[in-house]
Design a protein around this ligand. Sequence first.
Ligand SMILES: NC(=O)c1ccc[n+]([C@@H]2O[C@H](COP(=O)([O-])OP(=O)(O)OC[C@H]3O[C@@H](n4cnc5c(N)ncnc54)[C@H](OP(=O)(O)O)[C@@H]3O)[C@@H](O)[C@H]2O)c1
Length: 307
Amino acid sequence: MMQLTIIGFGNQARAWALNLRDSGFPVRIALRPGSSSESAARSSKLPLIEIGSSDFYQSDAVALLIPDDEQEKFLVTHGTKMKSGSRILYAHGYSVSRKSLEKKFPALEHILFAPKSIGTELRRQYEIKGKLGAVFSLEHVRGNKPETEIWLRTLASSLGITMGPYATTFLRETNADLYSEQGLLCSLIPYAASEMFRHLLEEGTEPELAYFECWHELKLIINAMIDKGPEGFFDLISPNALIGSEKGYQTLMTDEFKNRMRSLLNEIKSGAFDHEVESADVPALRKKISTRWTQDELNKTFLRINS
Ligand SMILES: NC(=O)c1ccc[n+]([C@@H]2O[C@H](COP(=O)([O-])OP(=O)(O)OC[C@H]3O[C@@H](n4cnc5c(N)ncnc54)[C@H](OP(=O)(O)O)[C@@H]3O)[C@@H](O)[C@H]2O)c1
């Protein structure tokens, strides 16, 4: 079985490394000299090599599990020294679909293999034998596609993927991923929860009760949604929840709301969001959002209850 060299030991990389190790898939880790991830990577007991060593450049397959905005720079420094035909795996399509890396580094085989999970859950679901999905694309593979796909499917099952991997394209994976982050997972859910929490407190609700209603129950209800599916979920809920659900749906899902959601996708597809990404000051934005949540009563209650 062709060995995979994992670059970095961050969120995704750690989960990939540990899951593959435990499944017996041949894997090693490559870090840059002086990497802050070294002691964490060593604790995995996996073989560790240095990025830039001759051993590294001989890798047949590498997973580029470093931040998306570092990937092109990484290939500019190392890509042309890598073996021709080496497989480069991406866990997200962003840098290939937006920066045409397949055209800039044509000697490499650029492969999308995207587990649909944050790293911590990729590891946790593997350990508890839970459900994990993934998508892939071999659109930029010029070599033996059937053989590459067999290898990729073995990699997927060794990582703990139970749903798929299903075929897509770099572009579709990127757009769908950005849209779900913007329109649902990283915006609507946390900010609607915070808004509702604040309303309840203003009406005199105890913060602990409001916390359970607006935040902790999310996890429990989402478990039921995933286990039962949309139709099965609505079969489960009480009559009051059913009537309330319909009322909330009719009140909140207005045409204006739907159009605003759709506009997020339109801006992703037009490239307008890419310009925002390019001009963003990420450390400053992280600080601003962190300050917002530090001051948020929902967050303060979370910390108090979970301390
Ligand atoms: N976060 C998630 O769970 C998640 C979910 C889905 C998809 N993804 C995708 O997975 C990929 C990795 O994301 P991530 O969040 O896991 O990254 P991350 O945790 O931020 O990656 C950090 C690791 O990357 C290394 N690194 C950073 N820049 C490097 C460079 N120029 N050269 C060599 N090593 C470098 C760091 O090494 P040092 O210690 O040396 O700095 C560290 O080990 C991305 O494509 C992302 O879109 C991530």
